[in-house]
Design a protein around this ligand. Sequence first.
Ligand code: UD1
Ligand code: CA
Length: 483
Amino acid sequence: MLATAAIILAAGQGTRMRSRLPKVLHPLAGRPILGHVLDAVGRAGVEHRVVVVGHGAEEIETFLAGAPSVRQDPQLGTADAVRVGLDRVPTSVRQVLVTVGDAPLIPAELFEAVLREQADGEAAIALLSAEMADPTGYGRILRDERGDSRAIVEEADADPGTHAIGEINVGTYCFDAGWLRANVGNVPASAKGEFYLTDLVAMAAGAGRRVRVVSAPDPQLTMGINDRVQLAVAERLMRRAIAERHMRSGVTITDPATTYIDAGVEIGQDARIEPWTVLKGSTVIGQDAVIGPNAQVVDSGIGPRSLVWASIVEESEVAEDVEIGPYSHLRPGCRIGPRCRIGNFAELKKSQVGAGTQQHHFSYLGDAEVGEDVNVGAGAVTANFDGVNKHTTVIGTGAFIGVDTTLRAPITIGPGAKTGAGAVVTRDVAAGKTVVGMPARPIELRRARRQAVAAAESAHGAEPAGAGDRNSQPGGGAPLSDA
Ligand code: UD1
Ligand code: CA
């Protein structure tokens, strides 16, 4: 039997956001506002969650991806919304949690407290209240002598005495499901022709049923988001809560104020997040990793003990004991093997790099499959784009790509092969071979050709080719190191 269900109200217009995007879909710590609400209600143990949609219904339904929702059209007020939502609540349900879709900071524990209060107090309603320094705009809570609520008075209907009440209605309630079904249709229309859910409080009290009140210990967390100023306030609060959660579970965050961690990010024990770091989306950081200062990691995995500083990693997987940065950019689709070193000003795109490979200096690998223990020299680039198509570069294990080498894809550099400094490699290189020059050719061929030329010139009494010849042939006899 399903004991509890939740109805989440999200049909309103959210005019003050001044946005084409429905209010509840605005992102907060990397996830739509509504996503946080659904998540917290779920963590409170309520699996059956129905979202009432109206304005921007299609977009919200797309986000919900098949999770239960119901359309309220026209939007005739919060009681009308709950009445519509109840159609999707199984009759076996005993408790109905109702909350608003735009209050994303309410923690699961508060929902649990309201559910418990309703059940324990055998109340028709338990509701969440908060003490606000400025209660303007909220419904005010009137209490009776036992501390129950006897009515909620909306701002527009409040007299000066009621205006002075600082205890407000958050918009989160737990109802006795049977009582709610019997009474939600009996709410009278307001002067504006709307049906106020809050009227049920006076109706329950008038019928001798209890209406219990749970006070939120931290009123800030009950805030609803109506405009983008409040969105930024919520973002700051949410970010602080996320950072504290990670710190409590064993992550060092040097400066939470300059660290931005999305709600969905996972971080392993003893990892250290340094200042000015942004971790977004579904990023997973391994144990003992160090991220930052000045790093941005988006939808990526960073393995244990790896280091990423002053660099950007997007949609890529980095194994353990890797060092990235400073000033490197892993674009989407990279897989970096263990113990690699991706150094200063390196760019990689859609490339696989085997264990222990070194790419210390400014260079570019695009659409490359790189083996283990490869050295990618300073300034080496894959010419992966011919103006129409992208092509693959394969570099075998143990290969040595000299400084300033251009690899014109599609091309395969065999295991253990070497390229000379400045080589422009246009043909595949066999395993263990060395190519030099522009266009690059096997070093034996070049040597033989040079010797033949020198022999011919000396036979004609000319000076033998010397250092000047090397200068005119970049890479002809150039060193292979990238130091
Ligand atoms: C409501 C409460 C008020 C409380 C405040 C907290 C009522 C009558 N008043 O006022 O006591 O202090 O919330 O924020 O309930 N919605 C629908 N369908 C509708 C109307 C509203 O789904 O027909 C949704 C909105 O999208 C929103 C929520 O219900 O998420 C609250 O509606 P809103 O119009 O913001 O109510 P308030 O006037 O703020
Ligand atoms: Ca509101």
